[in-house]
Design a protein. Structure first.
Length: 156
């Protein structure tokens, strides 16, 4: 094993805590590389892709703790991905990033289950702050608590 890592869980654990497995989807290669490097630097496992169809395929084959995708147009092209992600696991947080804030897309994304809808461009400290990496960990912990307290009472 690599120095500073310990076994455990699908994503593993390192000395900073459990590693979060993230699916990152962005058509803008510069943004994709920037966000990927920041998240990996923080110890997360990041799986990247540039298209929604590719992301949908990966979502079907692998488990992710968090999904972050960029919506690059005024139409909600990522809607099917968001719907499928929530269908597979309604407790998994999904963050939608966009350059074109559109009220209808915002409402649709939140209604369908996105945790947040955030305007780009983002400085890495805004979305991925170093102290505690709360922007990544907090949504995951909130969903875990919801699943723990409410999941046992819900039947699908």
């Amino acid at each position: 094993m690599a120095e500073g890592t310990m076994g455990g869980g699908a994503a593993g654990v390192d000395r900073r805590g459990p590693r979060v497995r993230i699916l990152l989807v962005d058509e803008d290669s510069k943004d994709l590389q920037l966000y990927r490097s920041v998240l990996q630097e923080q110890g997360h496992v990041v799986d990247c892709c540039a298209t929604f169809p590719e992301a949908g395929e990966r979502l079907e084959r692998a488990w992710y703790d968090l999904i972050i995708f960029s919506e690059e147009g005024r139409t909600f092209n990522g809607q099917a991905l968001l719907e499928r992600a929530i269908e597979l696991n309604r407790y998994r947080p999904v963050l939608v990033l966009t350059r074109f804030v559109d009220r209808r897309t915002y409402v649709d994304a939140i209604y369908l289950g996105a945790l947040d809808y955030i305007e780009k461009p983002l400085a890495p400290p805004f979305l991925f702050p170093r102290p505690g990496r709360r922007a990544v960990r907090m949504p995951i912990e909130q969903r875990r608590l919801g699943r723990r307290f409410f999941g046992a009472h819900e039947r699908e």
